[in-house]
Design a protein. Structure first.
Length: 207
């Protein structure tokens, strides 16, 4: 499955790919089952201790996607970063058309399903550390039998990232004056638009 990436919008820096995933962890996980796409939505976190680019997550035990991944471990995860409408009124030339700027990464995964309590708890604690570190002490203080029941309701997954395609569509194809105007306009928008503007500055695209 290939991603259409005009040269201006391709991004090849793995550190920025990891940064986007850390800031936008909600993923669409896609597999093929009986000729039909099978999708699940879940947050993924990077394991910083792994020697390779490795992500962890979990699925509800009743979700049949887990059984499919156990039998056929190749999968694709789509990471959606910020996105926003770009008005042609922001450009210097009146002969312009609307567009949409966005950031997306496709991760090619080789998945290992995890179902031992100790490994699932390690995955869960990585998620807690990433999103709700203040909850860690509360989780540790819960009754062991309750925690075991909760862990029994999920199956963990650990996935090595075997390849990726990143598309950062941030008005790179426009002249510097237009990029500056787009950055200024996005900076006055909602949270997602402001996030795009910040990425344009970080990547030196702002004009």
């Amino acid at each position: 499955m290939s991603l259409y990436r005009p040269p201006a919008f391709r991004h090849e820096d793995p550190a920025r790919v990891r940064e986007l995933l850390a800031r936008h962890p909600m993923a669409t996980l896609i597999s093929s089952g009986n000729g039909e796409p099978v999708l699940s939505h879940l947050p993924l976190v990077i394991d910083p201790a792994a020697p390779l680019f490795t992500v962890d997550g979990h699925l509800a035990r009743p979700n049949p996607h887990g059984q499919l991944l156990a039998a056929s471990p190749s999968a694709l995860a789509i990471i959606h970063g910020p996105d926003a409408y770009v008005s042609p009124s922001w450009y210097e030339s009146r002969e312009s058309v609307p567009t949409w700027n966005y950031m997306v990464v496709h991760l090619k995964l080789q998945v290992t399903m995890i179902d031992t309590p100790e490994q699932k708890e390690a995955i869960l604690k990585r998620l807690i550390d990433a999103f709700d570190p203040a909850y860690a002490a509360q989780w540790d203080g819960l009754d062991r039998a309750y925690r075991d029941r909760m862990l029994g309701g999920i199956v963990g997954l650990r996935a090595e990232v075997t390849g990726w395609d990143a598309k950062f569509k941030l008005s790179q194809n426009r002249p510097p004056a237009d990029r500056a105007r787009v950055t200024d306009a996005l900076s006055a928008g909602d949270a997602r638009a402001r996030d795009l503007a910040q990425w344009m500055r970080t990547l030196g695209i702002a004009g």
